[in-house]
Ligand binder design. Structure first.
Ligand SMILES: N[C@@H](CCC(=O)N[C@@H](CS)C(=O)NCC(=O)O)C(=O)O
Length: 202
């Protein structure tokens, strides 16, 4: 199995952590999509990472789809529950965390535009999504160790990759002050071996 990756993408990190937590072996192909001449489009017509090429050659892209595919492979650890409604709930939380990350990416890209081209309303709008999304995660974590159920799930991996990416790319943004549950949870996740092994490399 080959994972087409960049070493800074939060969506790639999510899949790398899922693979590591499940104990699945894979080859990491570092193919940053912003580099001239990159081959990402050979795997994903949208030109985005992550993309995963299975051992039989079939290709999957978009991290939630890849995460779903991983659950079809033999592994001792499940990250999405078997029961359909429970699976939807975990994926809803994954979508919430990914949505916060998406808003963070829009914010970051806006700040990279020339100062006179930046639009404060774009940043405010994305910041609103991030604030509300993180508040929802904070609320979900009240009195619980995990976002869903009694052990790590895909929702936790997505949430961990989300907030740790905010630290990495938007360090000026203090998401912790009003969110003690999320702060302690992120610290715990960051200490897991799979998170330690996938710290972004610039
Ligand atoms: N929803 C997608 C998002 C993937 C994504 O946006 N990846 C970024 C890297 S963080 C990318 O490849 N961007 C290149 C581009 O948009 O051309 C997923 O979850 O896989």
């Amino acid at each position: 199995m080959k994972l087409i990756a960049s070493l800074t993408s939060p969506y790639v990190r999510k899949i790398r952590i899922a693979l590591l937590e499940k104990g699945l072996t894979f080859e990491l192909v570092n193919e940053p999509p912003w580099e001239p001449g990159n081959k990402v489009c050979d795997y994903n017509p949208l030109g985005k990472v992550p993309a995963l090429q299975a051992d039989d050659g079939e290709i999957f892209f978009n991290s939630p789809v890849i995460a779903d595919y991983l659950e079809t492979l033999p592994a001792a650890v499940r990250l999405i529950p078997v029961e359909a409604l429970e699976a939807v709930r975990v994926k809803q939380l994954e979508a919430l965390a990914d949505g916060v990350t998406d808003a963070g990416v829009v914010w970051l890209l806006e700040t990279r535009r020339a100062a006179d081209k930046q639009d404060a309303t774009v940043i405010d709008r994305q910041r609103g999504k991030i604030e509300r999304g993180l508040d929802a995660l904070e609320h979900k974590l009240q009195g619980r160790d995990w976002l869903y159920g009694t052990h790590l799930s895909l929702a936790d991996i997505a949430a961990g990759c989300c907030v740790l990416w905010l630290d990495f790319r938007l360090p000026q943004y203090d998401w912790r002050s009003s969110r003690p549950n999320l702060t302690a949870y992120a610290k715990r996740l960051a200490e897991r071996a799979a998170f330690v092994q996938t710290v972004p490399v610039v």
